[in-house]
Design a protein around this ligand. Structure first.
Ligand SMILES: [Ca+2]
Ligand SMILES: [Ca+2]
Ligand SMILES: [Ca+2]
Length: 484
């Protein structure tokens, strides 16, 4: 009895703390807005520009038409969105207007898109973002003014696949747009330029650093294999530098082989669309640097991920490559009874000679897995729907144990597949605990910390420990009293 009374008080305290946190974040946003001297412009939505009566709306500053599209999505953990935003004013189409999109999920905010409008007044690109985000904020930046609009990533069980909008402003935009400090003259004002003194780079996009991906491969899918999707599990996180028209300029990625459920040897290949200078740094399990490699790559030249030496490029011999079996030896991290093995970590940076045009590479890399025992190759494509051999999953996913069928380890996977992604979207979070390798369980707190930024996470982690302590205390107290 006492236990439940105390529990009410505790819940009240938790709600109070949570609501304080909420109001603080709103306050923080307001301060930021003032600091950057940004104001929000009201926009009016119309069916047709011609049916808007300008004379009756004195405060009128802009109107917009939209034709956004939502679809069911059975791509595993990413969404491809086509962006088509057009800006007009009294004089017609307006070029060089910065269009920015910021994605958010709870406290996490991340720039996912930045581009100036082109000579036709349009910003057009395909982008790929993690499904973990829930809302987007579309911003049209006009000097000291910003028109911002929220767009939901899900509506009626469907995912946003196209942002198609036309904005019309009832004033001449040219004067306000070019009335801004732009130190490197790349067209993006200093206030929103991630690299204000580098004219080649304008946006640093970190969506996949916030939400790393796990790639799980089942090599024997077509041969009626065991469907344990642990033949290879690779963790990938990356960030991109893009220019003021959203073209890719630099790529920085981190790769870790987390598991390998078999005795075969493979080479993992990385593939970029353009040519440029490639730099890599390989760490061993004790986080000591094993090697640093710098090479020049031709367009679409495949490069093994875990290189021993740059001599590989001279004679293409596998002796200059770390095979998967050398990094994560036979049946590594697929048996629950064995300790977790920490493997190599690879950091790479690709500096492209020419910017890669945004329409050719919504996703900046391709990967492929070559099996030396079977002489077969699996392409790991990030945008293809229902790729049977490869699952692309969010960070934190625990893969099935050796020989454990994914349909048993993740009972809702089947229903999600059968419904074309309409139902059980969270199938990958509902595992049958005794059939998965508990990689992200063994140390849940550290996994939790990794997902958050450090300052907040420390506070919440301590609070979590504190609350857990109180709950345990109250539970024991309540139980003892009820037996008295
Ligand atoms: Ca600039
Ligand atoms: Ca810049
Ligand atoms: Ca298998």
């Amino acid at each position: 009895m006492h236990f439940y009374q105390n529990l009410h008080i505790l819940l009240f305290i938790i709600i109070m703390i949570a609501s304080c946190k909420e109001s603080k974040s709103i306050l923080k946003q307001n301060i930021n807005l003032e600091k950057n001297n940004l104001k929000i412009i009201p926009l009016y939505q119309v069916k047709d520009f011609s049916d808007f009566d300008h004379s009756t709306k004195k405060e009128f500053l802009g109107i917009f038409m939209y034709n956004d599209k939502y679809e069911l999505s059975d791509i595993y953990s990413i969404i491809k969105i086509s962006i088509n935003v057009e800006i007009l004013d009294k004089n017609g189409v307006v070029s060089n207007v910065p269009i920015r999109i910021v994605a958010s999920e709870k406290e996490k905010k991340s720039i996912i898109y930045l581009s100036l409008t082109d000579q036709y007044g349009q910003a057009k690109s395909d982008i790929i973002i993690p499904k973990k985000f829930t809302t987007l904020q579309l911003e049209i930046i006009m000097g000291n003014f910003i028109a911002e609009q929220m767009i939901n990533l899900y509506e009626n069980q469907k995912y946003l696949v196209e942002i198609n909008r036309k904005y019309y402003f009832n004033q001449i935009l040219k004067n306000v747009i070019f009335n801004q400090i732009d130190s490197d003259s790349d067209g993006v004002p200093d206030s929103i330029d991630s690299y204000p003194f580098d004219s080649k780079r304008a946006a640093n996009i970190q969506a996949f650093t916030e939400f790393p991906l796990l790639i799980a491969v089942e090599e024997d899918f077509s041969e009626g294999g065991n469907l344990d999707y642990n033949d290879l599990v690779l963790q990938v996180s990356f960030e991109e530098d893009r220019d003021s028209f959203n073209n890719l300029v630099r790529f920085r990625g981190t790769f870790m082989l987390l598991a390998k459920g078999g005795h075969h040897s493979h080479i993992l290949y990385l593939n970029f669309f353009g040519k440029g200078n490639y730099h890599s740094k390989l760490y061993n399990s004790k986080i000591q640097t094993i090697n640093k490699i710098s090479i020049n790559l031709k367009p679409l030249q495949k490069i093994p991920l875990f290189l021993k030496s740059s001599k590989y490029l001279e004679n293409f011999s596998n002796e200059y490559v770390y095979l998967t079996n050398q990094i994560c030896k036979d049946y590594c991290n697929v048996y629950a009874t064995k300790n977790i093995k920490t493997n190599f970590k690879l950091e790479v940076e690709m500096i492209f000679e020419e910017p890669i045009h945004n329409t050719s590479s919504p996703f900046p890399i391709n990967l492929s897995l070559y099996n030396l025992n079977k002489n077969t190759e699996i392409l790991i494509l990030f945008t293809q729907k229902k790729e049977p051999n490869v699952l692309i999953l969010p960070y934190g996913w625990n893969w099935p144990l050796e020989e454990a069928d994914i349909f048993i380890a993740y009972p809702y996977f089947k229903y999600w597949l059968e419904s074309n992604g309409e139902f059980y979207k969270d199938w990958y979070e509902k595992e049958h605990i005794s059939y998965v390798f508990p990689y992200f369980y063994k140390n849940p707190l550290s996994a939790y910390l990794l997902q958050m930024n450090v300052q907040q996470s420390m506070i919440w982690a301590f609070l979590l420990i504190f609350i857990t302590g109180i709950l345990v205390f109250l539970f024991i107290k309540g139980r003892n009293e009820s037996y008295d």
